[in-house]
Write a protein that binds this ligand. Structure first.
Ligand SMILES: Cc1cc2nc3c(=O)[nH]c(=O)nc-3n(C[C@H](O)[C@H](O)[C@H](O)COP(=O)(O)OP(=O)(O)OC[C@H]3O[C@@H](n4cnc5c(N)ncnc54)[C@H](O)[C@@H]3O)c2cc1C
Ligand code: SF4
Ligand code: SF4
Length: 403
């Protein structure tokens, strides 16, 4: 019989889903997380199960636990070699799964880790790296003006006869062909779904993505991103390996009177496009009763903004659109948070309504400014931000997804 002290719950990162964003390593107060050119891993000899790294992880890949003998805990060296989590064996001293660590997970920051109360139940992790779904490209075109930076494509993938149920706000993984510098298959990159749950074309088993071609790294040096360039170069008829779907909290409410406030930059518009289109289809069918849609959309210029043309065609009584351009010649720089403050009277009314849901998606750098604007707007509306902010968070009404 194994003594309980000899058994630990080992904290592991799923290499199939992890997007190598470094958030966990930057968060861990114990420096228990490390990485090489491929994998992020947790050192069991340092990790004290404090859970600080779990809520900020954008993919949930960090929320994996195994009951193992302390003496047989997976070493850092071993984990760095993994392409997937080890197969689960049985109880006695052998690897066994734990769905979630027993400790209470207190959300950190302001983002919700639960979906809106009325959201549809999402399907997740149906297709993994070892057994991906295969999609066919049925469309690939640019959705911002040629000749501008930030080339962005709208890509439509047909799932054929494969059942691949998705909801607005979820993402999929894409495995680019070929191998990385270590001769290993490329890890899957995540892309938000830009189409409604019933397909890019309603009733068809397809979905769309909004992909920016990465041509430089965050330091501004020339660097061709592996997966975004692969996706932007795809031709109609090409086949793509897809994993997922992922995400079970950044989901839209089904409540027929709910309001959506969508705040995005660049490709962060993908989930907002999906949610807007689903609402538009419900409205056309007479299945949507009321509820406001407000969009705050930022880009450097109008020409760089994805979907500028199609957005203009949506009627003003359906969606209230507010653009913010930061590099328009001869005009003052405007960011989404600036435009939110201009609309603070309307946002204040919405903040007071328990049916309002906020979604923020796009560049990591937008998060602080948007949260500061929301706090100012709450104060101007006579609301106590710590109370209203907490309510938004625990009721699944404030969702942040930045990358
Ligand atoms: C939940 C989630 C949803 C996402 N949705 C989308 C989406 O809808 N559309 C989309 O285009 N991308 C999206 N991304 C980002 C996407 O997963 C990839 O990270 C991005 O396409 C770069 O991958 P790559 O293989 O081309 O670059 P890699 O070969 O992985 O190189 C990445 C390097 O490129 C640099 N870089 C420059 N710009 C970016 C950028 N915008 N994102 C990431 N790295 C960048 C970084 O320095 C980084 O080191 C999402 C990410 C997450 C976590
Ligand atoms: S649980 Fe705590 S100690 Fe362990 S890796 Fe996460 S943040 Fe670090
Ligand atoms: S996806 Fe999660 S586990 Fe992977 S590096 Fe980012 S925070 Fe860490």
């Amino acid at each position: 019989m194994t003594a309980p002290a000899d058994v630990i719950q080992q904290h592991l990162i799923d290499p199939e889903i992890c997007i190598r964003c470094n958030t966990c390593e930057a968060t861990c107060p114990e420096s228990a997380i490390t990485h090489d050119s491929r994998n992020y891993v947790v050192d069991a000899s340092i990790c004290n199960l404090c859970m600080a790294c779990v809520p900020p992880c954008p993919t949930g890949s960090i929320d994996n636990w195994r009951t193992v003998l302390r003496a047989k805990a997976y070493s850092v060296k071993e984990q760095l070699q993994w392409d997937e989590l080890p197969v689960v064996l049985n109880e006695e001293g052998l690897t066994a799964p734990v769905e979630k660590h027993q400790a209470m997970i207190e959300p950190v920051g302001w983002g919700s880790i639960v979906p809106p109360a009325s959201a549809e139940q999402a399907h997740v992790h149906l297709f993994k790296v070892q057994s991906p779904a295969v999609a066919s490209v049925v469309g690939n075109f640019r959705v911002n003006d040629a000749g501008t930076d930030n080339e962005t494509h709208h890509i439509v993938l047909d799932m054929g006869t494969t059942r691949f149920p998705v909801l607005e706000g979820q993402s999929i993984g894409v495995i680019a062909p070929g191998v990385d510098a270590n001769a290993k298959v490329h890890y899957a990159r995540q892309y938000s779904i830009a189409s409604a749950r019933d397909g890019e074309r309603a009733g068809y088993n397809n979905l769309s993505l909004t992909v920016k071609r990465v041509k430089e790294n965050h330091q501004g040096e020339t660097f061709n991103g592996v997966c975004s360039n692969y996706l932007c170069d795809l031709k109609v008829g090409d086949q793509v390996q897809v994993t997922g779907p992922f995400g079970s909290s950044f989901l839209m409410p089904n409540h027929p009177h709910s309001h959506l406030v969508m705040i995005c930059t660049g490709t962060g518009s993908a989930p907002m496009r999906a949610m807007t289109e689903w609402r538009r289809r419900l409205r056309v069918k007479g299945q949507f009763e009321s509820g406001k849609l407000m969009l705050f959309f930022g880009a450097r210029t109008q020409e760089e903004l994805p979907y500028f043309g199609p957005l203009q065609k949506l009627s003003k009584d359906f969606i209230d659109i507010n653009f913010a351009f930061s590099r328009t010649k001869g005009q003052e720089k405007k960011y989404v948070q600036d435009v939110m403050l201009v609309r603070s009277a309307d946002l204040g009314v919405l903040l007071k309504d328990p049916l309002t849901h906020f979604y923020v998606c796009g560049l990591k750098s937008m998060e602080d400014g948007v949260m500061a604007a929301l706090q100012t707007i709450a104060q101007q509306a006579g609301l106590d931000w710590p109370i209203i902010g907490k309510a938004l968070q625990i009721e699944g009404r404030l969702h942040l997804e930045t990358y």
